[in-house]
Ligand binder design. Structure first.
Ligand code: AMP
Length: 149
């Protein structure tokens, strides 16, 4: 099996990102691959459409600053070099694809909640990334609880 040379870890910077990152770093170590990390900030105007009749630019700036420092800390802990970190505005699925293609990564590592029922129909970032990806997509199961029978 050909080795992965460059792996892209997509993080939403929630608590769950740590579990996804653990898998990605283990994979990168096993293959001696470069690890790159992307976080996408969804513009408030995209998330809420034109529904909020106020100027959101200062709120958006604050979100950007917070995400920047959070991503920097997260990547520092993983020993990911600054030039391998991407903080981008847009829709997560399409921006993750864009980074994956421009950096020619072999695999994207992403968290998946293993949704079912109506939530599955509504889709998830993992589903969106899988559709249309031109490289492997590794979905790390997160946020599941053991069922007591
Ligand atoms: P979700 O489907 O939104 O629950 O997200 C599942 C996974 O998609 C997360 O664990 C991340 O790997 C990835 N993801 C979600 N949102 C973002 C984002 N804004 N930027 C980068 N990756 C994301």
């Amino acid at each position: 099996m050909p080795a992965y040379r460059r792996i892209l870890l997509a993080v939403d910077l929630t608590e769950e990102s740590n579990a996804v990152a653990e898998r990605a770093t283990a994979l990168a170590e096993a293959f001696k691959a470069e690890l790159h990390v992307v976080h996408v900030i969804e513009p408030l105007s995209l998330a809420y459409g034109g529904d909020i009749p106020m100027d959101l630019s200062s709120v958006q700036d604050q979100i950007h600053e917070q995400a920047k420092s959070h991503l920097a800390e997260f990547c520092k802990n993983l020993d990911v070099l600054p030039e391998r970190r991407y903080l981008i505005f847009g829709r997560p699925e399409s921006e993750i694809h864009r980074v994956a293609e421009s950096r020619e990564v072999d695999a994207i590592v992403i968290g998946s909640h293993g949704r079912h029922g109506i939530a599955l129909l509504l889709g998830s970032t993992a589903n969106g990334v899988l559709h249309g990806a031109t490289c492997d997509v590794i979905a790390v199961r997160v946020g599941t609880r053991e069922k007591h029978r």
